[in-house]
Design a protein around this ligand. Structure first.
Ligand SMILES: [Mg+2]
Length: 196
């Protein structure tokens, strides 16, 4: 089976657009907004320790944001675009009848947007998302969730991710891994390993 990371593997994203739009509607300047986005609030949100309402309130109050929740969600959701080669590769994996799973450190706003906007997202066999499982890669417990949910383990799993620390944990589980830096390269490697 193939386990896909989401950000920078299946979808690209650019936070700088959201940071600029958010700063335009806030008392805080670009730098302060950037710091907020990189703060423990984001980690707590993706770990499922705080809800979207709590995340919104914390960022709004921290930045002096003048918009409402809907505007906030719109700004922080609209930063994604599908990866051009990986989505067609996912289609070929589906056609070959190979099971697939999404495995991502992510949050409710991002997933809501991606599910609404990109049809490929709804076609996976399994989903293991940090904010739902209350665990983050590269910590081991959420890798165990992947094995339990898919019923697979060891080198039957081919795992693609762009973060070295996430790949390291996958290797400790005995999974086959591809560290993605160049999209075309990881598609070529994956097709070879899968015999596609
Ligand atoms: Mg990623």
């Amino acid at each position: 089976m193939v386990v896909f990371d989401l950000g920078k593997v299946l979808v690209d994203f650019d936070y700088s657009i959201a940071v600029r739009r958010f700063a335009d509607r806030s008392e805080a300047g670009l730098e302060r907004v950037q710091d907020l986005v990189n703060s423990p609030i984001q980690f707590d949100y993706e770990s499922g320790l705080i809800t979207t309402d709590e995340f919104f309130a914390a960022v709004r109050d921290g930045a002096g944001f003048r918009g409402n929740r809907a505007e906030f969600v719109e700004i922080f959701a609209d930063i994604f675009s599908p990866m051009e080669r990986m989505i067609p590769f996912f289609d070929r994996v589906k056609v070959a009848g190979i099971p697939t799973c999404v495995f991502s450190n992510t949050n409710e706003i991002a997933i809501g947007h991606i599910r609404d906007r990109f049809p490929f997202y709804s076609r996976f066999d399994g989903y293991v998302l940090s904010f739902e499982e209350k665990g983050m890669k590269p910590d081991e417990p959420i890798y165990r969730v992947v094995e339990q949910r898919t019923g697979e383990s060891g080198d039957v799993i081919l795992y693609i991710d762009d973060r070295p620390e996430n790949i390291e944990t996958g290797k400790r589980f005995g999974w086959q891994t591809i560290l993605q830096s160049d999209e075309a390269q990881s598609v070529a490697t994956a097709e070879k390993l899968l015999g596609l």
